[in-house]
Ligand binder design. Structure first.
Ligand code: NIG
Ligand code: FE
Length: 413
């Protein structure tokens, strides 16, 4: 048994009961906290917390961390990433600076298919090495839980290679990992003339096999003009449902084509992107348990619309934010910058952005029973900040992570 006691915490943020799975609307504006607090960890878990005056006596086997002037909050839960990829797409970045759009680059054979070509020619070992380096970086930046998608293989062998790398990351690190199968990320070149055959391959071969091998927690589809249309998306989602796998879906990035209605019909866990969102879409989300997820750094990097966060939250809905870390539209997984961008560009308050990046992020990846808040029994994945006067200094200091230490599963990283 090992105990770690954090004392003199200036503010212990995001203290919640275990029955809170996510927060919506006005409640997103509140971060329940304790001033001048202690937090006791037992092995990997949160054991108890409270005001310093009730702090338990330090015993010999306690490791003590004095947080004088520092705040403590749960680690970021990044519920949408493509962090497993090979190489990069910096050339396309320059093409975009010179005036081409993301869609034009994709139509010229670049984009996702460019990353597919590179990944297919990368060994599993090399892919793991490149991806782990990024994972270790985001851990240092305070991410304690991460969802990782496949989707740069687009054939059985290479999708499997990606999923095995995700599983390896899960085994070899302390970060919480959820794996999502995104075989429907784009149509691979070899199926460009018979797209329905690729959908059949996903439904009849990939999905059942990867499910049987226990490589996937969720299924995703890029439901968008030029990618997977409504009927192709529905075939995949309904097959997933048949296998008992919930969906997290890329929708409404460039066009609103009915993907939200479809997602809610199948009780999707999350609908992600939503840069283009109409009132009908919003109404559909209201009577659902599907979490809207915004990806502000994708909008930042591509120079496209930001998800209308104010409209979503002010209509009483919940909202999560995630990094979308990927080589094409968001080559950064820094959740501190995601939180800043959510405040600066989407007009979210600090409290809303922290809720969106912790408890609501946890819900969007199906782990709000074990992460996303300071709650007895949850995994001790924590951020100890620098000395701060106010939590607003977290988003305010954009580009500078106000992090002094990171704790994963009860241990300092
Ligand atoms: O979420 N939109 C689809 N997928 C990714 C981009 C992937 C890529 O460009 O490689 C996204 O933005
Ligand atoms: Fe994405």
């Amino acid at each position: 048994m090992s105990f770690t006691l954090l004392i003199n915490i200036k503010k212990l943020l995001q203290v919640r009961d275990s029955n809170v799975q996510y927060v919506s609307g006005k409640d997103m504006g509140i971060i329940p906290s304790i001033n001048n607090a202690y937090l006791l960890l037992e092995n990997s878990f949160i054991k108890e917390f409270g005001e310093m005056e009730n702090c338990p006596k330090k015993l010999d086997n306690f490791k003590v961390i004095d947080c004088n002037g520092q705040m403590v909050l749960p680690s970021w839960c990044d519920s949408h990433t493509h962090i497993v990829y090979s190489g990069n797409r910096s050339k396309e970045f320059i093409d975009r600076i010179k005036g081409l759009s993301y869609t034009e680059i994709a139509n010229n054979g670049g984009g996702i298919l460019n990353s597919v070509e590179i990944l297919r020619n990368t060994s599993k070992k090399d892919l793991l090495e490149q991806s782990l380096e990024r994972v270790h970086n985001v851990i240092k930046q305070g991410t304690g839980a991460i969802e990782i998608k496949s989707g740069y293989g687009l054939n059985i062998d290479s999708e499997k290679k990606m999923l095995e790398v995700i599983s390896e990351i899960n085994k070899s690190t302390e970060i919480i990992v959820k794996s999502t199968f995104l075989g429907a990320h784009a149509f691979p070149k070899e199926f460009s003339k018979n797209k329905h055959q690729y959908v059949d391959l996903i439904i009849n071969n990939m999905l059942p096999e990867f499910h049987k091998l226990q490589l996937i927690n969720y299924v995703d589809v890029f439901c968008e003009k030029g990618y997977f249309d409504l009927s192709q998306s529905e075939k995949i989602i309904s097959k997933a449902q048949e296998l008992g796998i919930q969906t997290k879906i890329h929708v409404n990035q460039f066009n609103s084509i009915g993907g939200i209605k479809l997602a809610v019909k199948y009780n999707a866990l999350s609908v992600d992107h939503l840069e283009v969102l109409n009132d009908k879409d919003l109404e559909i989300l209201k009577n659902s348990s599907t979490m809207p997820v915004a990806l502000p750094t994708c909008s930042y990097f591509l120079g496209i619309n930001y998800t209308p966060a104010r409209k979503i939250i002010d209509s009483g809905l919940p909202l999560a934010i995630a990094s979308d870390y990927n080589p094409g539209s968001s080559p950064s997984g820094n959740m501190n910058f995601v939180v800043s961008t959510a405040c600066i560009k989407m007009k979210m308050t600090t409290e809303e952005a922290i809720n969106a990046a912790t408890i609501n992020g946890a819900y969007s990846m199906g782990i709000s029973d074990k992460a996303g808040s300071i709650t007895i029994g949850k995994i001790a994945n924590l951020i100890i900040t620098d000395k701060l006067n106010s939590i607003d200094e977290i988003p305010y200091s954009f580009g500078c992570d106000k992090i002094s230490k990171v704790i994963l599963a009860g241990a300092i990283v």
